[in-house]
Design a protein around this ligand. Structure first.
Ligand SMILES: [Zn+2]
Length: 138
């Protein structure tokens, strides 16, 4: 099995991957309207500013499962199939949608609306990607 591809940070995403390496989820926040977005774009999707001057703010990473899918065949190397991908709406930034692997495994019982919290999957020294784990329903 080939090695899993690693994220390649660029100038726009470097703060995101740096925070992930430290197991902190940081999201870009528009300095004009204080709304979060992901990924950072050249304009702010909330206020449409052309100079959003995003700052990277730590967030809780808690959210609810919007939907999910079970991946049974991977065309990229390094993934142990089957695994579950969850589509998560963040509790504190409901406009932000994140998709990540559910680290609880394919047998974990799962329902729409289940609480999850961000977790980090360490792929290599200094390289981690955000994923999710089930959390207590509030
Ligand atoms: Zn804005």
């Amino acid at each position: 099995m080939s090695a899993r591809l690693l994220p390649v940070p660029d100038q726009a995403s470097a703060p995101y991957w740096q925070a992930c390496a430290e197991h902190v989820l940081k999201l870009p926040c528009c300095s004009r309207c204080n709304e979060f977005t992901l990924p950072p774009d050249v304009t702010c999707p909330s206020c449409h500013s052309l100079e959003p001057e995003f700052t990277w703010q730590p967030v809780t990473g808690r959210g609810k499962v919007r939907t999910w899918t079970v991946i049974r065949q991977s065309f990229l190397g390094g993934f142990k199939v089957p695994f579950v991908l969850v589509d998560v709406q963040l509790d504190d930034q409901p406009q932000v949608r994140m998709i990540g692997q559910l680290l609880d495994g394919p047998e974990a019982p799962l329902s729409i609306g289940d609480a999850v919290a961000v977790a980090f999957d360490d792929l290599a020294p200094g390289v981690a990607v955000p994923a999710f784990r089930k959390a207590e329903n509030a």
